[in-house]
Design a protein around this ligand. Structure first.
Ligand code: NDP
Length: 327
C-alpha cells in the first residue's frame, strides 16, 4: 500500500483526498519509482481543484512532476536505485502522477536526476523551472543576447516567473519583472530583477503598438498582457509565450509582427522531445544559481497540497512549492 492524492469525480461531485492505494492499482508502465518529492504547479492546482479540465480520466493521481528512485525496471535505460526525474508527458492528467509515494511510468519519459541537484532542488525547479529554461533557450535561439536590452518577465512572483527572473539575471540579462503583488518587489529584486512594474500596466486592452522597450520577454499570463508585451517589444525582439494565468485568449493586432518584425515563440513543456529536455536540465545545472532556490521555495507535506492548490490558483503562492510525499 502507498499514500496518494486521489481525484475522484462522480455523482457526489469532484473531490481530492489522500488515500491508501494498493500497488496493484498502479497503471501500466515499465519502470516503478519510489517517489521522494513532487511539486505543485499551476496545472496541478487546476487538477486538484477541478477549476480547469486538466484531468482526462478518473480516478486520477495528480502531480505533473516527480523525483525518486527506481524500484523496478524493465526498461533498458534504467535499473533499480537510479535517481530519476519526470516532468509532463500527460502524467497527472491522463496517467497517474507524482503526488503519491509510488508511480509506474514509461521509462522513455524519465530523465536521470542531474548530479548537481538534490531531489528537493530538482522539484524546486520542476516543470515551472524547466519551462522557464525552455523560454530562455528560445530567446537565445532567436539571438537575444544580454547586450540587446531589457527582458520582461510577467507573473514574475509565480513559479515560472521566479525561476525565469533568477536564470536571466544570472546569465547577465537586465530583467524587468511584472507582478500583481507590490509586496513581492523586494523578493523579485533579490532574485535579480532591476525593476518591478505593476500588473495593471499590462492587463487592460492597449494600443496595437506602444513605445519600444523590451529586447525579449517571457510571458506566463496570456490575454491582454501578452498582447501589450508584444506591442511594446523592440524591433526584431522576441516574446516566449508559455502560460495562461490571465486567460487563454490573445486579442491581438498583427502590427508588432509585420511592422517591427517581432517574433512570438510558443513554449510547450509537456511533450517537448527528450533531447531538448536533457539540454534544458543540463543548462539549469550550469546556469541557475542554486543558492537562489531556497529563496524561491518552500516545502509542504502531501495532504497540505490540497488546500495549497486553491491558494496557488488565487495567485497567493510565492515561487515554488516542493511536496515531500512521505511527510
Ligand atoms: P503560478 O501560479 O506559480 O504563477 C502564476 C503567476 O501569474 C502568479 O503568481 C501571478 O504572479 C500571475 N497571475 C496569476 N493570475 C493572474 C491574472 N489573472 N492576471 C495576471 N497575472 C496573474 O503558476 P506557474 O508559474 O506554475 O505557471 C504559470 C503559467 O504558465 C500557468 O498558466 C501555467 O499553466 C503555465 N505553464 C505552462 C507550461 C507549458 O508547458 N507551456 C509549463 C508550466 C507552466 P504575480 O503575483 O507576480 O503577478
Amino acid at each position: 500500500m502507498f499514500k496518494a492524492i486521489i481525484i475522484e469525480k462522480d455523482d457526489a461531485g469532484y473531490r481530492a483526498s489522500v488515500k491508501d492505494i494498493d500497488e496493484a492499482q498502479l497503471p501500466a508502465g515499465d519502470v516503478t519509482v519510489r517517489v521522494s518529492h513532487s511539486t505543485l504547479n499551476y496545472k496541478d492546482g487546476l487538477a486538484i481543484t477541478g477549476r480547469g479540465p486538466v484531468v482526462r480520466k478518473f480516478p486520477m493521481v495528480p502531480g505533473i512532476d516527480l523525483v525518486g528512485t527506481v524500484e523496478d525496471s524493465r526498461h533498458p535505460g534504467y535499473q533499480a536505485r537510479d535517481a530519476v526525474v519526470l516532468n509532463g508527458w500527460g502524467v497527472g492528467e491522463s496517467h497517474w502522477g507524482g503526488l503519491a509515494q509510488k508511480a509506474r511510468l514509461k521509462g522513455d519519459w524519465l530523465v536521470p536526476l542531474p548530479p548537481q541537484f538534490t531531489p528537493q532542488q530538482a522539484m524546486a525547479i520542476g516543470t515551472a523551472g524547466y519551462t522557464a529554461m525552455l523560454c530562455v533557450l528560445a530567446l537565445e535561439r532567436q539571438g537575444v543576447t544580454p547586450d540587446k536590452g531589457e527582458i520582461l518577465v510577467t507573473g514574475a512572483a509565480g513559479g515560472v516567473g521566479s525561476v525565469a527572473v533568477s536564470l536571466l539575471s544570472n546569465l547577465g540579462y537586465t530583467v524587468v519583472a511584472v507582478s500583481g503583488r507590490p509586496a513581492e518587489a523586494d523578493y523579485l529584486k533579490s532574485l535579480g530583477a532591476s525593476e518591478v512594474l505593476a500588473r495593471s500596466e499590462f492587463s487592460s486592452p492597449g494600443k496595437p503598438l506602444g513605445r519600444e522597450r523590451w529586447a525579449g520577454a517571457v510571458d506566463v499570463v496570456g490575454s491582454h498582457t501578452l498582447v501589450n508585451v508584444c506591442a511594446t517589444t523592440k524591433y526584431r525582439g522576441v516574446v516566449a509565450a508559455c502560460g495562461l494565468a490571465g486567460g487563454m485568449d490573445f486579442p491581438a493586432s498583427v502590427a508588432p509582427f509585420i511592422l517591427r518584425g517581432v517574433t512570438l515563440v510558443g513554449i510547450d513543456s509537456v511533450v517537448c522531445p527528450r533531447p531538448d529536455r536533457l539540454v534544458a536540465w543540463q543548462r539549469l545545472a550550469t546556469d541557475l544559481d542554486i543558492s537562489k532556490l531556497d529563496l524561491i521555495t518552500h516545502e509542504i507535506g502531501l495532504a497540505e497540497a490540497i488546500p495549497m492548490a486553491t491558494q496557488l490558483l488565487d495567485g497567493q503562492v510565492r515561487g515554488r512549492v516542493v511536496v515531500d510525499v512521505n511527510a
